[in-house]
Design a protein around this ligand. Structure first.
Ligand code: GLN
Length: 196
């Protein structure tokens, strides 16, 4: 059994857990503390509000312990996928915010970059490495990935802007696969566990 954590401090937790339940040999685990993180093989950071979750990880002592363990495990190759808010937490730099959160992935994000007119929308785009045609992408007050470092592989774009990318054990997407019926991207992330 692979135990895949879902960071459960705030945001769209249940939808990721439900999607993981569809994958054979995978057990979703809700993670709020360092002890719970210890018992997982990988972690999904869901969508939500980066300022709220960032505050817990910085100003709350249990949150700090969780953040410290997460950063040290990531440096040892622990697989983490950030969706939307999760991508913001992983990013080395946030173009329009002075805060930095985990700052472990060599990407820069631009929060709420699609503006108020397009707060939420759905498109379909191909994702590198996913067979079976374009993938449905739901964007909700999404960031864009405005820059990536040389070690980062771009997996998908929408209108030229990067919406999914990977750096070794780290995966970032600005859209929400957990809000669709398509579990290919979750399966792709779970496949990271075999190649350690
Ligand atoms: N707008 C949120 C933020 O900047 C992210 C939105 C999401 O995760 N769906 O933190």
């Amino acid at each position: 059994m692979k135990r895949i954590g879902v960071l459960a401090l705030q945001g769209g937790v249940a939808e990721h857990a439900d999607m993981l339940k569809r994958i054979p040999d995978v057990e979703p685990v809700l993670v709020k503390t360092a002890e719970e993180l210890e018992a997982t093989d990988a972690l999904i950071i869901p969508g939500g509000e980066s300022t709220a979750v960032g505050t817990i990880l910085t100003h709350d002592s249990r949150g700090q312990a969780l953040r410290d363990l997460l950063v040290s495990r990531i440096r040892q190759g622990f697989p983490v996928w950030g969706t939307c808010m999760g991508a913001i937490l992983l990013a080395r730099n946030i173009r329009n915010d002075h805060r930095r959160h985990l700052a472990v992935m060599d990407i820069e994000v631009h929060r709420n970059a699609y503006g108020s007119q397009l707060d939420s929308f759905t498109v379909s785009e191909p994702i590198l490495g996913l067979d079976g045609g374009p993938f449905p992408m739901v964007f909700i007050r999404a960031p864009v990935i405005s820059e990536v470092g040389p070690g980062v592989q771009v997996l998908a774009r929408h209108k030229g802007q990067i919406v999914a990318c990977r750096q070794d054990n780290l995966l970032a997407s600005t859209f929400h696969p957990e809000l669709t019926e398509d579990d290919r991207f979750h399966r792709y992330f779970v496949s990271f566990l075999q190649i350690k």
